[in-house]
Design a binder for this molecule. Sequence first.
Ligand SMILES: Cc1cc2nc3c(=O)[nH]c(=O)nc-3n(C[C@H](O)[C@H](O)[C@H](O)COP(=O)(O)OP(=O)(O)OC[C@H]3O[C@@H](n4cnc5c(N)ncnc54)[C@H](O)[C@@H]3O)c2cc1C
Length: 427
Amino acid sequence: MQEQKTVVVIGGGIVGLSCAFFARRAGYRVRVIDPDVQDRRASFGNAGILAVCETLPLATPALVRELPSLLLSPDSPLRLRWRYLPALLPWLVRFVRASAPSASLRSTLALNSILTTALDAHLELATACSATQLLVPTGWIKAYQSEQSYLSQSAERSTLADWGVAMRPLGRAELDALAPGFHGVFAKATLFSDCQQVKNPGQYVRRIAQGCAEQGVEFIQDTVRNFRFSGNRVTGAQMTDRAIDGDVFVIACGAWSKRLAAEIGEKVPLDTERGYHVMLDASDRTLLQSPLFWHEKSVVFSQLDSGLRMTSSVEFAGLNAPPRYRSIDRTLAAAKRLVPTLAGLPVESRWLGFRPSMPDSIPVIGRSTRQSNCFLAFGHGHLGLTLGPQTGRLIAKAIQGAQTEIDLAPFSPSRFSMRRSNDAAAA
Ligand SMILES: Cc1cc2nc3c(=O)[nH]c(=O)nc-3n(C[C@H](O)[C@H](O)[C@H](O)COP(=O)(O)OP(=O)(O)OC[C@H]3O[C@@H](n4cnc5c(N)ncnc54)[C@H](O)[C@@H]3O)c2cc1C
């Protein structure tokens, strides 16, 4: 055990906790700093899908073509608060660039490399933290009300098949068995059979925190404001009214990571794709055996052990704008009109969360190029629950200076500036 070295992990969501767990397992003394407002973190309120099938980046030429109309339509799954547009513009420009075929292939290769063993990392972490009973091999359904919208996704399915993603169409009887509460709603559906579900993401994260504590990880309930430096090393983290020293620092603050990354000289185009959920009281009945993406409404329904959760798609409005539940309420009302079993379920709670999103859909994982004892682990967008443990495993290896089984170059924090200088050199 290398007790002498202290790793300070900033952020206690699924990504930070995973980094803490694997660093501790590698023998370091580990401290996690987080204000510990549980329902503020994205890791609390997500849909709970370990979506290992999602090997394609979000930016595609088709989506970019549709972007203006999507942003203008009031019923769109993509919403923008117009006052936020100037702040978002650089991210949007990079998002459009990321849809180019060469960039998209780069992102797909990177996602594919990291998703392939993501479930193994979950199992390793969940086993050590007594959380395996929350992991269920449910698969994930993508369902379509019309044949036409099913056919509109043929090209995507065929690309996913080329990348080796396991999927198959569901017959009517099978769909009814997996989604009994949605009987007769969908004309077509595909099952992504390798995906799993976390039955209660909030509890899963709490179990992992508890498991970390049992292994000797220390928790400090505070917020990191900035750093202290010596040469090209960070020597301490300044919190609200005290500081702590450390040998290694990991920035894993999800959507809040950009400012701290800038403090150490890493300029990263991180923004947030805000997402909402509504919890419906369905604890006494089974409406779904497997989480389900409803294509036309662009929402996910997941039956958790605490009820039925409906999660929405994306809102661009930054970290500080207050929630607006109007849109998800409207979608829920429309879904209730089509699904009689939903109609009688009371709404228990609503939630707004912050996906930490990079424009190329690739998280930032690896050593800082500016401060040699700092590591970055954020920007997992729609896949942070899926990729948290895998990220923790990779960060622990990188801290040790060991060879990682996955090439971390595509995840480098400096990939955007490197591309700019490569482009300039080529010009
Ligand atoms: C509606 C919705 C549905 C989703 N569904 C899925 C899904 O089904 N599957 C999936 O894989 N992903 C899903 N995601 C994405 C996933 O939830 C996130 O990518 C993931 O939770 C990010 O984890 P994180 O640890 O990076 O960030 P978070 O969970 O947000 O944790 C960041 C932590 O950093 C702390 N922090 C911030 N600033 C500081 C500071 N200065 N000092 C100390 N601590 C700080 C915060 O308090 C917080 O606890 C979904 C997200 C949303 C919003």
